[in-house]
Design a binder for this molecule. Structure first.
Ligand code: PLP
Length: 279
């Protein structure tokens, strides 16, 4: 089955899917993106992802290239061409092609790219054992709520995790836990879920929102507030949420064991609820 490429309203062979070297996405990282995954061929929470894409584009004053219904048609068409049951849909919108000049170009239309590739979910053993992570200073800008391709601090944080031989890097600002380099972070203390509030310091994760809804249905208390890194170390449980990770237990941070050293009961329950929801 083929990986699928789409540029500006056209599906085309991968080798022919190229953008200009004058594209502002390439020149300035002047672009926003989304990652959506499918479960058994159907895109999960596609409305929430497209709403976030629209919001990111709006916040950076990009014209909206397509209405949501049009997007859904493109996605469905791409999925039918690709034929994967588990697919990762990547969408990027840039401010378009213009001579290199920082100010917005006076005219120009956005470049829209979509790719659809097979998605390989995490191995079940990793979910069973949980993962080890490290913390690093959050070097990102003040609008982390915009899902922009300006990902250099995230790239560096992910590379540090790789070098440290751990799964993810949790980003700390002024001693407080923000989120992971590609995930949201939740801690459980005395049966209460603690997680950073929505706002400019974190990306408002689609998975985060669904998991908090699942927790509410199970009458689990939630406090959306920034917690000091010490509270994270001493939490009963910690877990990550994200489109590609789902609900993933963290059992060690910076060499300290979290809880029992195994994914805890609330993590396991939410992971089970997630599995039920997504089939
Ligand atoms: N936080 C950051 C910085 C991310 O990059 C991501 C996903 O890529 C998330 C959180 C999780 O967001 P979502 O659940 O929408 O995938």
């Amino acid at each position: 089955m083929p990986d699928i490429a789409f540029i500006n309203g056209r599906f085309l062979p991968w080798q022919e899917a190229t953008v200009s070297i004058d594209d502002r996405g390439f020149q300035f990282g002047d672009a926003v993106y989304e990652v959506i995954r499918t479960y058994r061929g159907a895109p999960f929470e596609v409305g929430a992802h497209l709403a976030r894409l629209e919001r990111s584009a709006y916040e950076l004053s990009f014209p909206q290239p397509y209405a949501r219904a049009q997007w859904i048609q493109w996605i469905q068409h791409g999925l039918s061409l690709a034929g994967y049951q588990d697919a990762k849909i990547y969408i990027q919108i840039t401010r378009g092609v213009a001579p290199r000049e920082h100010r917005f170009p006076s005219e120009g239309r956005p470049t829209v790219v979509m790719t659809i590739r097979e998605f390989h979910p995490l191995a079940p053993e990793i979910r069973h054992t949980g993962v080890i992570v490290c913390t690093r200073e959050d070097l990102r800008w003040g609008r982390c709520d915009i899902k922009s391709v300006n990902l250099l601090p995230n790239v560096l944080a992910r590379e540090e995790a790789r070098r440290a031989g751990v799964f993810e890097t949790i980003l700390i600002r002024d001693g407080l836990v923000m989120e992971g380099a590609l995930s949201n972070v939740m801690a459980v203390q005395n049966d209460v879920i603690l997680t950073a509030p929505e706002g400019p310091r974190i990306l408002s994760g689609v998975t985060r929102a669904v998991v908090l809804e699942l927790a509410k249905k199970d009458a689990i208390a939630i406090e959306e507030r920034f917690i000091p890194v010490d509270v994270l170390y001493s939490a009963n449980e910690v877990f990550l949420t994200g489109t590609t990770l789902e609900v993933l237990g963290v059992v060690g941070i910076d060499g300290k064991i979290i809880g029992s050293g195994r994914p805890g009961p609330i993590t396991k329950m939410l992971a089970a609820r997630w599995a039920l929801l997504t089939g």
